[in-house]
Design a protein. Structure first.
Length: 346
């Protein structure tokens, strides 16, 4: 058995060089890696032991982070390991034993053209204020999309950009823009505290990563709408696969502190649109992006203000010429083009 530090350095270096998106270490199993859409056992490796994972945790985490892990039974953070490769690390318990997942974060940020993002993204970049929601499940490429947007703005415009992230994933180098990246719990205590800071500063664009805690989400949403209503662009990352339900969840949070009518008007005044992503296995290998796009046009605005959310999907179907599309329709289009299989349209 290799020394834990040597094993960790070797296996993470190999993962990064082989374009492995995720590496899974679970006690009693061989290491498993995801390359593209395939999850494969790493042959030639030893079965993972509890002793090995305990030692790896001691290598990776600080004493304060170990305390958090033991208290919360899980921790997610980003570290540079194995020759400065960057990983998002999820450490948790299963069967009362440690398990670790490493997600590789590429150094080079993909361009919007590389990702083939919907035109709504480019339209948003041209605006001066408003709220764009980028949503999807975990591992749907949300953070990659948002990083691509920020980097595009960074390359071509002079803006003051602030990110509020938990944790910070992609690292930006200032080009034409000034980018300040603040990690929740380290650089600023909470999302709401960071947003209050932005209200007092000269900020052009704010990116807010997914807000997991409901109480913090309720505190943050009114501030997000207030910032979006000023001379500020806001990108909010969201965990969800349905535009209508996302709108309803936001209204539920904002409505805790005001009337539902006021909440609806506040949202429709600033909402630019919702983009939902899903990465689907592509025939021939790799992944292809399916997207749902909801634009806040006059029809959608009226439906939200009147609470007729059940009609939003029909508006998406009749407004395809404007760039709207449901996730279901996007998947059907990929199927018709021969890019994906029938079983992946679900």
């Amino acid at each position: 058995m290799e020394i834990p530090s040597i094993f960790l350095n070797r296996i993470l270096t190999e993962a990064a060089k082989n374009n492995t998106s995720d590496l899974h270490l679970v006690v009693g199993s061989l290491p498993m890696a995801r390359i593209g859409d395939q999850l494969a056992i790493l042959d030639g490796e030893d079965i993972i032991t509890s002793e090995l994972l305990n030692r790896i945790v001691e290598i990776i985490l600080s004493q304060d982070e170990i305390v958090k892990l033991k208290e919360n039974r899980e921790i997610v953070l980003v570290k540079e390991l194995a020759n400065n490769f960057r990983f998002r690390i999820s450490i948790f318990y299963q069967k009362n034993l440690l398990a670790i997942t490493f997600h590789y974060i590429p150094i080079i940020i993909k361009t919007m053209a590389d990702l083939m993002l919907p035109s709504i993204i480019n339209d948003f970049i041209k605006t001066k204020f408003g709220l764009l929601i980028v949503a999807g499940s975990h591992s749907s490429g949300r953070t990659t999309t948002i990083a691509s947007v920020i980097e595009e703005i960074n390359k071509r415009e002079s803006k003051n950009i602030v990110t509020l992230e938990d944790p910070i994933e992609f690292l930006f180098t200032n080009k034409k823009s000034l980018i300040t990246q603040r990690q929740i719990g380290y650089d600023v205590k909470t999302f709401s505290q960071g947003l209050n800071y932005c209200l007092k500063e000269d900020v052009d664009l704010i990116y807010i990563s997914e807000i997991d805690e409901e109480e913090e989400f309720i505190l943050a949403m009114p501030l997000i709408l207030e910032l979006s209503a000023g001379n500020c662009m806001v990108i909010l990352e969201f965990n969800g696969n349905n535009s209508t339900k996302i709108v309803e969840k936001i209204l539920g949070a904002v409505g805790k502190n005001t009337s539902i009518e006021a909440a609806r008007h506040s949202l429709t005044d600033v909402l630019f649109g919702v983009v939902i992503q899903k990465l689907v296995p592509q025939i021939g290998g790799g992944l292809v992006l399916a997207t749902e796009v909801l634009l806040n046009n006059s029809a959608v605005k009226s439906l939200i203000r009147e609470g007729r959310f059940y009609q939003i999907e029909s508006i998406m179907q009749t407004s395809r010429s404007e760039g709207m599309v449901s996730l279901k329709k996007s998947l059907e289009q990929l199927l018709a083009s021969g890019k994906i299989r029938q079983e992946d349209v679900s």
